[in-house]
Design a protein around this ligand. Structure first.
Ligand code: ATR
Length: 286
């Protein structure tokens, strides 16, 4: 593949109409003068869409809800971290030595969370409480552990939470015992705080002053109730767009071999989010 070849990328999921990724990646391609485009592809038939990406010579793709786990069985290769997390959010189409294109699955969500936090604090040796054990929780918890943090895991559903804690070899903290936790970092990976739960907190507000850094991976709304309460307690806060940005930047580098234009991608994400919120405000409420 030479530098001027038109490069096609996509996000595949269902739904993908409101995804902010096309704005972020198209801004990056334009900024680096890479001829190409990043499309949003909504599909009900994952295998057929994957074949289509192969046939149409796509270079890479993002994978989102509900396919991050289901896609694993359809790939030629899955990178170890994605295998461990149990989710693929990135596809790279690469030629092998015989010229055959292979589809490789990777995960950059964990890296997005780690880099978003590392902009504010070192992680090695720090205690980090992760709330949630869903797909996002798994990526964040494995990422923080890999970055050297001592992870504590809590989840509403105890069975799922204990299973992930066992895989990470870290303590599980039931909701009723959260007031016993002492940690510098708190990360919310649950959907609490996201519309329509925007009036809810994933942890009692009275526990927030004990954390120095509070990250929420929710970005709709951007300034969640958790982040507002945490800021009022004097914690440094990191919003969900920062993780989205860094996981996208890591994808961009995997696909192009180039450093991602981070702040430009961040501006594109913020503009797309503002536009999405304005469109939502105009929609009739029933
Ligand atoms: P994702 O892939 O975005 O992580 P998910 O796999 O559906 O989504 O996981 C959602 C997470 O939010 C889970 O940890 C879930 O807790 P359960 O495992 O107990 O379901 C958590 N969650 C969702 N709604 C919640 C609520 N009202 N209170 C507490 N936790 C909630």
């Amino acid at each position: 593949m030479n530098g001027t070849e038109y490069k096609k990328f996509a996000i595949i999921g269902n739904p993908v109409g409101h995804s902010l990724s096309p704005a972020m990646h198209n801004a990056a391609l334009a900024a680096l003068d890479i001829p190409g485009e990043y499309l949003a592809i909504q599909t009900e038939d994952l295998a057929a869409t994957l074949r289509e990406l192969h046939d149409k010579k796509f270079c890479g793709a993002s994978v989102t809800i509900p396919f991050k786990t289901a896609i694993i069985d359809l790939l030629d290769q899955v990178e170890p971290m994605a295998r461990q997390i149990g989710a693929v959010n990135t596809l790279c189409f690469q030629k092998d030595e015989e010229g055959k294109v292979r589809c490789i699955g990777d995960n950059t969500d964990w890296l997005g969370a780690v880099r978003a936090l590392e902009e504010q604090t070192e992680l090695a040796g720090k205690q980090a409480l992760v709330l949630g054990a869903g797909g996002a929780g798994r990526a964040v918890a494995f990422g923080l552990a890999r970055a050297g943090a001592q992870v504590l895991l809590s989840n509403r559903g105890e069975e799922k939470g204990r299973l992930l804690a066992a895989q990470l070899n870290c303590p599980f903290v039931p909701a009723a015992k959260l007031d016993q936790v002492r940690a510098e970092i708190l990360v919310n990976t649950t959907s609490v705080g996201m519309a329509p739960l925007e009036e809810d907190l994933p942890i009692a507000a009275r526990l927030l002053p004990r954390f120095s850094f509070v990250m929420d991976i929710v970005y709709a709304p951007l300034n969640t109730l958790l982040l507002r309460e945490a800021a009022a307690c004097g914690c440094a806060t990191i919003d969900g767009l920062r993780m989205l940005l860094h996981q996208g930047a890591a994808q961009f580098t995997l696909w192009t071999g180039q450093a991602a234009p981070l702040e430009l991608m961040s501006a594109a994400l913020q503009a797309a989010l503002r536009q999405r919120e304005a469109e939502r405000a105009l929609m009739p409420r029933i």
